[in-house]
Write a protein that binds this ligand. Structure first.
Ligand code: SF4
Length: 516
């Protein structure tokens, strides 16, 4: 009998499922089983509530609980148990759903229910970030309950398929909400060139996605002589005026999340983890790690909801940072990256872009976006971008861009060829740009000279993929491998109806896409 079962992410063991004493990500079987219990309790809560959110407390615990179970978020058993206890206190008469029923179900039903569950986990992260800034929406909140109630009830292919696409529909509203929350709170992102240098003196590295955590840390470090560097998915924060105005927000440290254990080892500074896209810290630097929000590691200091970052700041001052400025590079040797090409910036250039396409100056757009990960095959994305024609533009977002964002590919029609639109949730902005271009050319998004070349790793990519499918976007290339939770029949449905296909080689895929 297996000790655990989890197949929610791209690096799942043998491309089928993690079943041993720990997952490939390092999550122990104990924690995996506690996360299953938590999910079962949330499903019980949703069923008990009749598929509709009954209260603000229920909404909060639902979002926290789903976020807690995303890949690489919470590795601490007691912390997971605490969230389950909150669910039980709230709905003492609700019956927990037994997750073994789902994992042992008919493969097509398991596949569709997994798409719903994992998509909802991803959407919970976006909902949580928006809620942290005071933005909520009933349609989004209620759908967590509707979706989980369906996971906990009998279902057929016919009843579950529309719900899978509804995850995509509601996630679009959720990403729009987060876009509104971020831009109304921190301003419209402005393009910026970001050095990869770390200046001498005390500093803190902030990783994850939570802009509010970064803002609070910036406020608490004002005038303290401690510099702040973004890491991973926090890079786009450097483009927001309200964050950028703090002079100690200096630049970006490090490359992709899966390189953390190498890059964090030995830096004379603390690291604050705000969300996922992380590795379990090695003992050599664990004494410099602080977590906040839903991220937890055993025996690691956790900053609670009061968000008092004094301990992190004191650690930075005690460690002192580098004695001289230190130059770093991206994975291709570049010394700087750019970000901040959000939807408003790109759309403000829409007229010029349309003219450039009509004049033959821009031949094609590629959205090369999604997660990064540890698999060697992911250098596909570097090679793909390097081989794109010189008169094409690359829109990108999320952390997969670290494969190529330090490349200098020059400009096209006066714009940089690589346009970093932001974090994974900024897929909303990319969708708005695609829709606007389609409007300008009086055609559908699928008729544009625009190709989607996506990389996935965890559950936020699942809900974004479902949003693209909900919008009817076809012929998406997905890599580095297809999700283990797609049964042959469900995959067949996606291939026949949406033309979704796995990546092959950059040469073959480019040849195929450029025929468009
Ligand atoms: Fe395995 Fe991914 Fe689940 Fe971790 S999150 S246990 S690597 S499938």
């Amino acid at each position: 009998m297996s000790e655990m079962f989890c197949f929610q992410c791209e690096q799942t063991a043998g491309c089928t499922g993690c079943t041993g004493r720990a997952g490939v990500c390092g999550k122990s079987a104990d924690v995996a089983n506690l996360q299953d219990k938590l999910t079962g309790a949330l499903i019980g809560l949703a069923v008990d509530a009749g598929g509709k959110c009954p209260s603000k407390e229920a909404a909060n615990v639902m979002i926290d609980g789903l976020f807690t179970t995303i890949t690489n978020v919470d590795f601490d058993g007691p912390a997971v148990q605490k969230v389950t206890d909150r669910v039980h206190e709230l709905a003492p008469n609700a019956a927990d759903y037994d997750m073994a029923k789902l994992w042992g179900d008919n493969e097509d039903i398991r596949s569709l229910k997994s798409l719903i569950l994992f998509g909802l986990r991803g959407m919970a992260a976006y909902t949580s970030h928006a809620a942290a800034l005071g933005y909520t929406e009933d349609t989004v909140t209620n759908f967590f309950f509707e979706g989980l109630a369906a996971v906990g009830s009998a279902g057929t292919m016919d009843s579950l398929l529309p719900l899978v696409l509804k995850v995509g529909e509601v996630n679009l509203a959720c990403m729009a909400l987060l876009d509104k929350a971020n831009t109304e709170t921190y301003g419209t992102p402005v393009p910026v060139t970001v050095p990869l240098k770390v200046e001498k003196g005390p500093f803190i590295v902030v990783t994850g996605h939570d802009l509010r955590d970064l803002k609070l840390l910036l406020e608490q470090t004002d005038g303290k002589g401690v510099n702040i560097y973004t890491h991973g998915e926090m890079l786009p924060a450097l483009a927001y005026p309200e964050l950028k105005k703090h002079p100690q927000l200096k630049g970006n440290f490090g490359t992709a999340w899966q390189n953390q254990q190498k890059e964090f080892d030995g830096i004379p500074a603390p690291i604050l983890y705000t969300t996922n896209c992380l590795m379990i810290p090695k003992s050599s630097y664990a004494d410099r790690v602080f977590t906040t929000g839903v991220v937890q590691f055993p025996n690691t200091p956790h900053i609670d909801d009061k968000k008092d970052f004094s301990a992190v700041i004191e650690k930075a001052l005690a460690l002192g940072g580098y004695s001289e400025d230190r130059e770093f590079t991206g994975i291709n040797g570049g010394t700087q990256v750019t970000t901040g090409f959000g939807r408003e910036t790109v759309l403000s250039n829409a007229g010029a872009i349309v003219e450039a396409v009509k004049a033959g100056q821009i031949s094609h757009f590629f959205l090369v976006a999604g997660c990064d990960g540890a698999k060697p095959g992911r250098n596909y994305y570097t090679e793909f971008v390097e081989q794109t024609p010189a008169d094409s533009a690359i829109l990108t977002l999320a952390c997969g861009k670290y494969r190529f964002n330090d490349l200098d590919l020059g400009t096209v029609a006066g714009l940089p060829r690589i346009l970093d639109m932001g974090q994974c949730n900024d897929a909303y902005g990319a969708i708005q740009v695609a829709v606007a271009l389609a409007g300008a050319f009086n055609c559908g998004v699928n008729e544009l000279p625009l190709s989607f070349v996506l990389s996935w790793y965890e559950q936020k990519a699942v809900c974004i993929l479902l949003t693209l499918l909900h919008l009817g976007i076809k012929n998406i290339l997905l890599g580095p491998s297809l999700p283990a939770f797609l049964s042959p029949n469900v995959l067949n449905f996606l291939v026949e109806n949406y033309g979704i296909a796995p990546i092959s080689t950059p040469e073959a895929d480019l040849a195929k896409l450029l025929k468009k």
